[in-house]
Design a binder for this molecule. Structure first.
Ligand SMILES: [Zn+2]
Ligand SMILES: [Zn+2]
Length: 245
């Protein structure tokens, strides 16, 4: 806990390089880098042009503390509202693999609050599984981590394993439906992807698992000015005006 708080304090930017604020490089090949915060050597395709590197675990350390707290205490049955609440926290980076965990976490919290049968420890299970889906997964591997997050939520809710055919197929179909909505010819936006994933999940859970979650109205996106690659009018969540942050 102390370690995580100390690491969180080192983050100078939640939009670009966490250490110096320069826009990150998304390279075509991987390089070896040592995390400036925890000292772990890793290969990565995402790094700062100044030589800085912050690993995924350190990148999300502060944010995930916030996410855990919100998801544990929220009483809302509306995953759209919970998602916006979590994403609006100042500790949360504009983009990053934290969103892969937030999506299933939000879905499990809303399902729990709606009185659905949620297995014991489901929240921690989805957060732990999603933590293994690295940043940049969409463009580098062809599956957005937020969509995979929907599959993780359905897997945990149905107790799926690779050997349980029906449950496994439910999880695969959930990921597939969320992923299909993200094919838009635009650069990644983790806010857009998370919103798409949660909207797809609300429909999927209702149709296939009889879990009926309230889904609030879309609100105009407030992240345009923080997102250098914002798709603006080509994004269904674009707010249409200059943003509050
Ligand atoms: Zn830097
Ligand atoms: Zn690290």
């Amino acid at each position: 806990m102390t370690d995580e708080l100390d690491r969180s304090r080192a983050l100078a930017s939640t939009t670009d390089c966490a250490l110096c604020g320069k826009p990150l490089v998304y390279a075509a090949d991987s390089v070896a880098r040592v995390c400036d915060l925890c000292g772990t050597e890793q290969t990565t395709m995402i790094f700062c042009p100044e030589g800085h590197f912050v690993c995924d675990a350190c990148h999300g350390a502060a944010a995930m503390n916030v996410v855990r707290r919100v998801l544990a205490t929220t009483t809302s049955c509306d995953p759209v509202a919970i998602l916006e609440q979590v994403m609006a926290h100042p500790a949360l980076p504009m983009h990053g693999p934290e969103h892969h965990a937030i999506v299933p976490g939000v879905l499990i919290a809303a399902a729990r609050n709606a009185g659905a049968a949620v297995p014991d420890g489901a929240l921690e299970t989805v957060l732990a599984r999603a933590a293994k889906v690295p940043g940049g997964w969409c463009g580098y591997y062809g599956a957005c981590g937020a969509a995979v997050g929907v599959g993780i939520a359905v897997s945990v809710l149905t107790d799926a394993t690779p050997l349980r055919g029906e449950q496994r197929s439910l999880a695969l179909a959930a990921t597939s439906q969320a992923l299909a909505r993200m094919v838009d010819d635009q650069p990644r936006c983790c806010k857009r992807a998370s919103r798409m994933a949660v909207e797809a999940a609300v429909e999927y859970l209702r149709e296939h698992l009889a879990i009926d979650l309230t889904a609030g109205e879309r609100e105009p996106c407030a992240y345009t000015t923080r997102n250098a690659q914002c798709a603006r009018e080509r994004c269904p969540f674009f707010g249409g005006s200059e943003q509050r942050r």
